[in-house]
Each structure stands twice: as structure tokens, then as C-alpha cells.
Design a protein around this ligand. Structure first.
Ligand code: KIV
Ligand code: NA
Length: 279
């Protein structure tokens, strides 16, 4: 089976076929996502939150992204993989941005990179695309700018904000982005953007009228000790509870010496007993 590609994603938009995208961060999560038939995997810098336990995505480094991208690639060799450019790796010189892109592509073995922002990053987007690397845009709530935005707020509630998002989307399309993630955007604005651009929009908390959906692995599956409900997430399994219950059963079994059982042990032949204990 061949991975999809940016030409196919565009055709999916034209044909009205929704694109399914999910984050993954390591070998088993990527394997399971690929086996489940996901169209595109995002190695998101949300790993700063859900894997590393940070408050924000800001501490994530290019080394972290390369490490996780490689493990995802091993688990999902036949799936299109996008890797996030982390905080402060694409706002300096083009050269510096290119070094990060090179590492994600050449060491992380991603198919594409994702960057947060609008017009201010379009020069960099165009240069990366010109180098042969597909770029996925990301507008709306952009978590790397949480300190400027002042929290994780819904974007596109009023007319001025709607126009700003529309302008950003068109600028990213013109710069050569192959798609745009719309995060926490009102449904009406996400719909209008999706109709206005020819490249696929992938929504997270952006309603129904986008060209694809993306969710965070740990949200979809409640892979967390204290999952907080998020309105835009539908949880499809509760693996946090399954894992906790499994481990606590194991602890009990060890304490009660009910694990291991006879069927889990290896036996030597009879002569060993004699040699160990004599006759
Ligand atoms: O890092 C991430 O998981 C993301 C998605 C929320 C789009 O950027
Ligand atoms: Na991200």
C-alpha cells in the first residue's frame, strides 16, 4: 500500500471525500493509526503537552520532533506524515528555517512540515515549497502564540477576525501551502474559508464544513490520567482507564503471588534438581 500524497489530498477535496488525520507520536500509536486506515498522520508539537507533560507546546525542540517523527515513520511506513516545525524555528532567517525543515525531512523522514501563522510566515512557506517540501499551514488558534493570544480562545467570532482568517488562508494558498489546519474556528468562518480556497482545509474544533478533520491521539482515546472534556472532541475509547485497571490488577497479582502462574514459567529438566540440591 502506497502513502497518499498532496495531489491526492487536493483531489479528495475536489471529489468531496473527507480527509481523516490524527496525531501520533511513537511506533505503536503510528502502527495502530495506519492499521485503522488514517489518511494522514501529524507528528504534532502537541507532544509537548500529551507526551512530555508540559503546559504548552513552547518547550518542544527540533530534536524532539525528529526523534518522534522517526519512531512514527517506523510504525506507519505507508502513511503520509506531517511533522510540526516547533516554536521559534521558522521566524529567524530562511537558512535557519531550512535547517529545521531539512532535519524533519531527512532525519525524521516526514513527507511534509506544518507551520503556524499567516502572512508573516508566507515568505518562508514559499521558500520551503520552492525547495520541494510540502507545507501545511495552521491558522486560527495557534498554540505556539498562546502568550500573545492570551489563552486557548475560539477564533473568528466577529467580522474583523473572520476577515483576518480569510486573508491568512488566501495568503497561505498563494504561498504554495498544500492545505491549512483550522484550529478552534467558528463553523461559519471555517466553511467560508474552505469554499474560498482550492486547497484542503483540515479542521480541529472548526465544525462540519471543512475538507478534513484532525484530532489529538490522546484526546480521541482518553489516553490520559485525568482527561478533561473538550467540546470539539469526541472520545472513541477510554484507554486511560483500561491501562490503569490493567496495571492495578498486575500490582495486586504480584502482591498476592498470583502472577506468574505455572503456565508462565520455564522448567529445567530433572537432572538439574539433582545437581542443585544433591540426592
Ligand atoms: O500539534 C498538534 O497536535 C496540532 C493539531 C492540534 C493540529 O497542531
Ligand atoms: Na501543533
Amino acid at each position: 500500500k502506497q502513502a497518499l500524497n498532496i495531489v491526492k489530498f487536493k483531489k479528495m477535496k475536489t471529489d468531496g471525500v473527507p480527509i481523516s488525520m490524527l496525531t501520533a507520536y511513537d511506533y505503536p500509536s503510528a502502527q495502530l493509526a495506519e492499521e485503522a486506515g488514517i489518511d494522514m498522520i501529524l507528528v504534532g508539537d502537541s507532544l509537548g503537552n500529551v507526551v512530555q507533560g508540559n503546559e504548552t507546546t513552547l518547550p518542544v525542540t527540533i530534536d524532539d520532533m525528529v526523534y518522534h517523527a522517526r519512531t512514527v515513520k517506523r510504525g506507519a511506513p505507508h502513511t503520509f506524515i506531517v511533522a510540526d516545525m516547533p516554536f521559534m524555528t521558522y521566524h529567524g532567517s530562511i537558512d535557519e528555517s531550512m535547517r529545521g525543515v531539512r532535519r524533519l525531512m531527512q532525519e525524521g523522514l516526514a513527507h511534509a512540515v506544518k507551520m503556524e501563522g499567516g502572512q508573516e510566515i508566507c515568505g518562508t512557506v514559499a521558500a520551503i515549497v520552492a525547495a520541494g517540501v510540502p507545507v501545511l499551514g495552521h491558522i486560527g488558534l495557534t498554540p505556539q502564540s498562546v502568550n500573545m493570544i492570551g489563552g486557548y480562545r475560539i477564533q473568528g467570532k466577529d467580522a474583523k477576525d473572520a476577515q483576518r482568517l480569510m486573508d491568512e488562508a488566501k495568503a497561505l494558498e498563494a504561498a504554495g501551502a498544500f492545505g491549512i489546519v483550522l484550529e478552534l474556528v467558528t463553523e461559519e468562518v471555517a466553511r467560508a474559508i474552505s469554499e474560498a480556497v482550492s486547497i484542503p482545509t483540515i479542521g480541529i474544533g472548526a465544525g462540519r464544513y471543512v475538507d478534513g478533520q484532525v484530532l489529538v491521539y490522546h484526546d480521541l482515546l482518553r489516553y490520559d490520567s485525568s482527561y478533561r472534556e473538550k467540546r470539539f472532541v469526541k472520545t472513541y475509547a477510554d484507554i486511560g482507564n483500561v491501562i490503569r485497571e490493567g496495571i492495578s490488577q498486575y500490582v495486586q497479582d504480584v502482591k498476592q503471588r498470583s502472577f506468574p502462574e505455572e503456565r508462565h514459567v520455564f522448567n529445567a529438566d530433572e537432572t538439574v534438581l539433582e545437581s542443585l540440591y544433591g540426592n
